[in-house]
Design a protein around this ligand. Structure first.
Ligand SMILES: [Zn+2]
Ligand SMILES: [Zn+2]
Length: 842
């Protein structure tokens, strides 16, 4: 537990020293410094406007441009091209250190709250799922901050500058529906595999090791691609804004900030840090929105200040072919539409195959998870929609104002539209806002990814393949004693292991260990649970190491991306081709009883191979073929074809093969299939205990940890949550993909009033979402802590109560379950949470 932290500290100091040294070196080298900044080649201030084609003087509809536009263009004094790296290295390091220290303090505060208020045990599951009791507000916050990649901030503004108003919409809508639909998977996971910590455990339980290995590869690939996209975007922005910063340095600094606080707090801390991240992201976005649309300080560099002025400038700027009538103010954009499709497909991959989202689902209570995902999705929608509508259109308007595009095509592809606008309109403040935004995004997504990788390594690689606790454990056998949980005729010996919560030797162990202050604790002596508890402790130790290694792995990864010159857009499009073939099979593994092992493998591998083949074949038809790899494979059409082939072949093969394998299934077989996933459990903190109050199980019933309510009862209990998830998923998907887009197509092209309505909607959504995400989680958490604290005071003031509450005073699991009661009480409005309905008897 301690050693990785010390090593971490040493490495941090070493990196810091090398950072300062290299910064000094590049500064002293002066002119001989290598061209470290990606934007340096285009960072020029030209005094010769004649070098660029003259700007149009009429709008697409043939009207003359407004006077304001023509005047502004005539009176320009200089032409801006490229982002200027003006933040000094020392300032950047100060910002990094400030954010790092702030995050660490919050992580530490969270640790203290859990330890002293909730009496959490420092065990393996707590570090991964924060006790499995996270409230709606915090679940929503975590999802928003995890789903806010650095790419979200950059790529959304990029597509806005390329395709006009449809870009931000496609980005936002095309990535919100997956989050909302994930609510369905979340509730099904809680119904059918409540003890699972990773989605891969479900696949292992149902389909065995071969299928499991294939999907482990897909899961790791997803984490890899997300990390790549994250660091590419992060370093691109850091490099464009910070002078004399090499990409290697940028990657290292990002890795230090992410890893440092992930290690301190586990997933739990990320819940609190996510809150501050999300709040800050929204505040920065609203700051940019206010500057662009209201110009409150009468900034002379800001030619806008109202929606009408932006409209005038954008209207008089010609869009590339593909947009109808060359207008940016239309939904009839071919590029925007293709981007929309690719975005939808690719994001299904990055949500469904990414353990990070399953982790959020595991960490939340069943109902809370469903609402957390729905509200998280709707809140997240505001970030790209509001930010990119503001920044992307400002970029177009500013380019129109000077008559020349502000960035080269290469810089646009890198995602520099947003920093360009922030720097031009807000100067220093804008640069810092951009640095903070990127840092926040990289930190929260990065740590979520690292924890996802660490949990796959621990739960799915180490525990299953490297060093399982019990090597030859057949399905349905108790991991503690090796006997069958449900005795059969061949093996009548039945597991009689008691629950740890009622085990006297374990209680003595806990007391003995609590009495020792040193870091070396006495061994566990309980004959039933002792060895397994030691094993779990070792896992916790390995978890810390795998976090350290995963973080450091991201440094060479980022340098590799830089070296082969991958850009953000390419990576973004390619993601779907690589992983989306696994989307339908993964969803079906928890939704559909007939899926077979062959269907799972065939779908994922077949879809991926077909997707990559079709993508490469189409790309090779461009001039230069595959020799000109990054350019030709990066075209929109091959990417579109690859994405669609991958997801559809993956789904169809999986369904067809599964139907062929499992056409006939008896009700007993079906029930047996879900019993396999319900067997996934940790005997020390069985799910029956964790969700005791949600399931309304009386204490006396579960003497052995294997005793659990029948699945029909749980299905009935979660019926409302399931209907909510399906209803919201279907309705909102229809709204975002069909209804909204078709009504916008009808409004082609937007006039000034339509444009005002459109930007007002984006601003309004931003303000409402910001209010929700800043106020609700804070209130919920404060209420929960206050409630818990009052309860503690009550117990302390009258010790006799403690006898009756003895289990709660001694057992960490019970106090965790107790905190659930607090949360349940505050969400008492939900009918399934009010504790009055009983499950039907077994
Ligand atoms: Zn047993
Ligand atoms: Zn015991």
């Amino acid at each position: 537990m301690l050693r990785p932290r010390i090593v971490w500290l040493l490495l941090l100091v070493a990196c810091w020293c090398s950072a300062c040294a290299s910064a000094q070196k590049t500064v002293s080298d002066g002119a001989s410094a290598p061209a470290t900044s990606g934007s340096s080649e285009t960072s020029e201030k030209s005094d010769a406007p004649t070098a660029f084609p003259p700007p149009p003087t009429v709008t697409p509809t043939g009207e003359k441009c407004s006077e304001l536009v023509l005047e502004t263009r005539a009176s320009r004094t200089e032409i801006l091209r490229g982002v200027q790296p003006t933040v000094s290295m020392a300032e950047a390091i100060a910002v990094f250190a400030g954010v790092g220290i702030f995050a660490s303090l919050i992580a530490y505060g969270f640790h203290m709250v859990r330890k002293h208020i909730y009496n959490d045990a420092d065990n393996l599951d707590t570090t991964f799922d924060a006790g499995g009791k996270v409230s709606i507000g915090l679940t929503a916050t975590t999802i928003v901050s995890q789903w806010t990649w650095s790419a979200t901030l950059l790529q959304s503004s990029t597509v806005s500058s390329l395709y006009g108003i449809s870009g931000p919409y496609w980005y936002a809508g095309g990535a919100t529906i997956q989050i909302i639909l994930f609510a369905v998977l979340s509730i099904q996971l809680k119904t059918r595999a409540p003890g699972a910590k990773t989605f891969l455990q479900v696949i292992h339980a149902r389909f065995g090791p071969r299928t499991h290995q294939v999907y482990c590869v897909f899961a790791f690939l997803t984490n890899l691609v997300v990390m790549m996209s994250l660091t590419i975007a992060g370093t691109a922005v850091l490099n464009s804004l910070v002078a004399d910063l090499s990409p290697e340095m940028a990657a290292m600094m990002l890795a230090i900030v992410i890893g440092g606080y992930t290690l301190i707090g586990g997933l739990g801390a990320t819940f609190y840090v996510s809150y501050f991240n999300t709040a800050l992201i929204f505040i920065m976005i609203l700051m940019l929105v206010v500057e662009v649309y209201y110009n409150p300080a009468d900034n002379p560099n800001n030619p806008f200040g109202s929606s009408e002025r932006i409209f005038d400038f954008v209207e008089c700027w010609k869009a590339p072919p593909g947009n109808k009538d060359g207008s940016y103010l239309t939904f009839l954009s071919q590029g925007g539409f293709i981007f929309g499709i690719v975005n939808i497909v690719g994001n299904f991959g990055t949500v469904f195959c990414d353990q990070a989202y399953w982790q959020s689902s595991v960490a939340a209570k069943p109902l809370q998870g469903v609402w957390g995902f729905i509200l998280g999705g709707l809140t997240w929608f505001a970030i790209p929609f509001c930010l990119a509508t503001t920044l992307g259109l400002s970029y177009l308007a500013m380019s129109s104002a000077q008559g020349v595009a502000m960035l080269s095509d290469k810089d646009v592809a890198k995602g520099l539209v947003a920093p360009m606008v922030a720097q031009t309109l807000l100067g220093r403040t804008g640069e810092y806002a951009m640095l903070f935004l990127i840092l926040m995004a990289v930190m929260s997504t990065g740590s979520a990814e690292i924890i996802a990788v660490a949990s796959i390594v621990i739960y799915d690689v180490y525990q299953i393949y490297l060093k399982p606790f019990r090597a030859e454990l057949a399905p349905g056998e108790c991991i503690l004693c090796g006997h069958r949980v449900r005795p059969t005729n061949e093996d009548p010996k039945r597991c009689m292991c008691p629950s740890m919560q009622r085990c006297e030797p374990c209680r003595q162990d806990d007391a003995a260990r609590a009495a020792v202050d040193s870091l070396v604790k006495p061994h566990y002596t309980c004959s039933v649970h002792g060895q397994f508890r030691e094993y779990q402790e070792r896992l916790l130790y390995y978890k810390n190491w795998s976090i350290v290694w995963t973080t450091f792995f991201s440094i060479p990864l980022c340098i590799f991306c830089w070296a082969v010159d991958l850009d953000l857009a390419w990576t973004y499009y390619f993601t779907g081709i690589l992983i989306s073939s696994a989307v339908v099979p993964i969803a079906l593994s928890i939704l559909w009883v007939r899926v077979s092992s062959r269907g799972m493998i065939g779908g994922a591998v077949g879809g991926c191979v077909c997707g990559i083949t079709s993508w490469l074949v189409y790309a090779s038809t461009y001039p230069g073929g595959l020799a000109n790899f990054v350019v030709n494979t990066g075209h929109q059409t091959p990417m579109l074809i690859g994405n669609i082939v991958s997801v559809t072949v993956g789904g169809l093969v999986c369904i067809a093969v599964s139907l062929a394998d499992n056409w006939r299934m008896t009700p007993e077989q079906m029930e047996h299939e879900w019993e396999k996933t319900r067997d996934i459990d940790n005997p020390l903190t069985p799910w029956v205990h964790v969700y005791r109050d949600c399931l309304d199980i009386s204490e006396a019933r579960n003497v052995s940890y294997h005793e659990r309510p029948p699945i029909d009862g749980i299905v009935r209990r979660f019926r409302l949550a399931k209907r909510t998830a399906y209803g919201a998923g279907v309705c909102l998907t229809l709204l975002f993909v069909v209804i909204w887009t078709s009504s916008m197509i009808a409004a082609h092209p937007l006039d000034s009033a339509g444009f005002l309505a459109w930007t007002t909607l984006s601003r309004g959504w931003g303000f409402v979402a910001a209010t929700f995400i800043i106020v609700v989680p804070l209130l919920q958490e404060l209420y929960a802590i206050g409630h818990k604290w009052r309860k503690q005071q009550l117990v302390r003031s009258s010790p006799s109560d403690c006898l009756s509450l003895q289990s709660q005073c001694t057992s960490p699991t019970h106090s965790r379950a107790d905190s659930a009661e607090v949360l349940a009480a505050e969400n008492g409005a939900a009918p399934t949470e009010n504790g009055t309905r009983k499950l039907p008897a077994e």
